[in-house]
Write a new protein. Structure first.
Ligand SMILES: [Zn+2]
Length: 473
C-alpha cells in the first residue's frame, strides 16, 4: 500500500528538507474572518508549494475518503465533491476540471497537493504564493506596499493598498497606526528604508504600525482622496522662519475662557478655564526666568475677557508673539492629544482689511475624531493674514517640542482653523490645544502638576527656539 515517491517528488522533498533546516518551517497565513491560521508547507519547488491534504482538510473541515476503485481520493467540500488522482495535475471539482500547478502525489498514506488546490474547493479562496497568504472570503487582505522617500523637509511614507480600502491614521508619540477596513493586511516587507525616518513597519491585524525614526518630529497625513494610497509627510527638525527680523522681547499669553465661560470640562470636573490659566502662569514664569522676556497675560484671574480684547492687548503691548491656550472637548471619548493651530487664512481670502462684521454668527466647525469646535468666524481687523507663515512655523516648533516632551499629539498636530482670537493679532500668533478634556487619559494627565510643568516647559523651549533662530545667538 505504500507507494514510492516519484523521483521528482523525492528530489523536491530532499531539497526542501535541506532548505527548511536552514529557514525553519514555512507556512501560509490563512486569513479568515475568524482569525489567522497556519498552513504548513510540506515541500516546495520553483513552481509550486506542496501541502498535505490532511492539513487542508483539518483547516477547512473537509471529509477525505479513499476512492479505491479509481485509485484516488474524494474530498467532500460542502455540496461539492473533488476527485483527486495520484500523478494528475487536474482535479474534478463539482463536475468541472481544475488544473493545478503540479501533480497530486501520494507518499505512503499521505496525499500531497499543490497549494493552489485550495482554489478547487469553490469557497472563494485566493492563494497568493508570493507572500504565502491564503484569503478565504468573506475575509479581505489588501496587498500593502510601503515606500519611504527623502524630501527637503524630512521624508514621505507612501503606502499603497490593492485593492483600495478606507483607512484611518492615528498617532501616539513615535508610533503611527494606519488602520484599514479589512480583515488583515498582506504586507510586502519594506527594505532599505532610512532608519532615521521609519525605524520599523509591521502589521497588527488590519493595522499597519509604523515606528517613526528619530529625525521625525511631526507627521502630516495628505488627504489623497484615493483609497489605494496613504501618504504621510514625515516632518524633520524644522527651522522656524520669521518674516519679522527682530528678536522676541514681549510675549502675550492668553489663557482661554474665564469667568462665566468655563470652556470644556473633564468627567472629574476640571475646567478648561482653570487649566489654561495654570499653564499660562507657568509659561510666564519660565519665560521671565530663563529668557528675561516681558510676558503679559490677557487675564491673571478667573474673569471673562472678550476675544477681540485679547488680540488687542497683544497689539497694544507690541508683542512679538501671541499664544492662546485652550483644551478641547469632544463627544468621542477616544479623541485625545494636543495640537497647535494657526489662523486659516483661506477663509479671509478676498476680504479687504477694513471689513468689519461684528454681527457675524458663531460657526460650529467639525474637528478630527468627531465633535465640533464653536468659533466666532468674524473677519475682524485681519492683522494676522501677513503673519500666517511665521505663525505656522511657530506652531510646528511648538508641536516638535511638545512631542519631544512626550506629550501625545493629535494626528493633525499642526493645523489651521478660523480662530477669531488670532484674527486681529499683528504678530505671529497660535492657539495651543493642550489636550482633550473629555478623554480619560488626557484628563488624568492634565490634572497632574508634572504634566502641566512638561507642557509649560515645552512651550517655553519653543519660544526660545524662535528667539535663538531670529537673534542668531
Ligand atoms: Zn477653548
Amino acid at each position: 500500500m505504500a507507494r514510492p515517491l516519484t523521483i521528482a517528488g523525492l528530489l523536491i522533498s530532499l531539497a526542501w528538507a535541506a532548505h527548511a533546516r536552514m529557514q525553519g518551517p514555512v507556512s501560509y497565513r490563512v486569513i479568515t474572518t475568524d482569525g489567522v491560521q497556519a498552513l504548513i508547507v510540506h515541500a516546495s519547488s520553483g513552481s509550486t508549494d506542496i501541502v498535505t491534504l490532511d492539513a487542508v482538510a483539518r483547516l477547512f473541515g473537509l471529509l477525505v475518503r479513499d476512492d479505491t476503485r479509481a485509485g484516488g481520493v474524494v474530498v467532500v467540500s460542502g455540496n461539492d465533491r473533488v476527485i483527486l488522482t495520484a500523478g494528475q495535475s487536474t482535479v474534478s471539482s463539482g463536475g468541472r476540471l481544475v488544473s493545478l500547478s503540479g501533480p497530486v502525489t501520494r507518499a505512503g498514506t499521505t496525499w500531497l497537493v499543490p497549494v493552489d488546490f485550495l482554489r478547487a474547493l469553490n469557497r472563494g479562496i485566493e492563494v497568493r504564493r508570493g507572500s504565502r497568504v491564503v484569503v478565504v472570503a468573506p475575509a479581505t487582505a489588501p496587498r500593502v506596499t510601503a515606500r519611504v522617500e527623502r524630501t527637503s523637509s524630512g521624508g514621505r511614507l507612501v503606502v499603497t493598498l490593492d485593492p483600495g480600502v478606507a483607512t484611518r491614521v492615528t498617532r501616539e508619540g513615535p508610533r503611527v497606526t494606519i488602520r484599514a477596513q479589512a480583515t488583515a493586511l498582506d504586507l510586502e516587507p519594506l527594505a532599505g528604508a532610512p532608519g532615521d525616518l521609519v525605524a520599523g513597519l509591521r502589521t497588527d491585524g488590519p493595522s499597519l504600525v509604523v515606528d517613526l525614526g528619530s529625525a521625525v518630529t511631526n507627521i502630516r497625513t495628505e488627504d489623497t482622496r484615493d483609497p489605494t494610497r496613504v501618504v504621510i509627510e514625515l516632518v524633520g527638525t524644522p527651522a522656524p522662519v520669521f518674516d519679522r527680523p527682530p528678536g522676541i522681547q514681549t510675549v502675550v499669553i492668553d489663557p482661554g475662557h474665564g469667568g462665566d465661560e468655563p470652556g470644556a470640562r473633564s468627567a472629574d470636573g476640571l475646567l478648561e478655564k482653570h487649566l489654561t490659566l495654570a499653564v499660562a502662569q507657568r509659561v510666564k514664569a519660565l519665560l521671565e526666568a530663563r529668557l528675561g522676556l516681558r510676558v503679559v497675560l490677557t487675564r491673571d484671574e478667573d474673569t471673562s475677557v472678550p476675544s477681540d480684547r485679547r488680540a488687542a492687548l497683544a497689539n497694544n503691548n507690541k508683542a512679538d508673539l501671541f499664544i492662546s491656550l485652550h483644551a478641547n472637548g469632544s463627544p468621542s471619548a477616544a479623541l485625545r492629544g494636543a495640537q497647535a493651530l494657526g489662523l486659516d487664512v483661506s477663509d479671509y481670502a478676498g476680504l479687504d482689511a477694513g471689513v468689519r462684521r461684528q454681527d457675524a454668527p458663531a460657526l460650529a466647525l467639525p474637528i478630527a475624531g468627531g465633535g465640533t469646535r464653536v468659533i466666532d468666524a468674524v473677519p475682524w481687523a485681519l492683522a494676522q493674514l501677513p503673519m500666517a507663515a511665521a505663525s505656522s512655523a511657530f506652531a510646528t516648533t511648538v508641536v516638535r517640542r511638545l512631542s519631544e516632551a512626550g506629550v501625545v499629539m493629535q494626528t493633525r498636530a499642526v493645523d489651521v482653523a478660523p480662530l477669531r482670537v488670532l484674527v486681529g493679532a499683528a504678530m505671529p500668533a497660535i492657539l495651543i490645544e493642550l489636550g482633550v478634556l473629555t478623554n480619560p487619559e488626557d484628563a488624568r494627565a492634565l490634572t497632574d502638576p508634572a504634566h502641566i510643568e512638561r507642557l509649560a516647559d515645552a512651550i517655553a523651549i519653543a519660544v526660545a527656539d524662535v528667539r535663538l533662530g531670529a537673534g542668531g545667538q
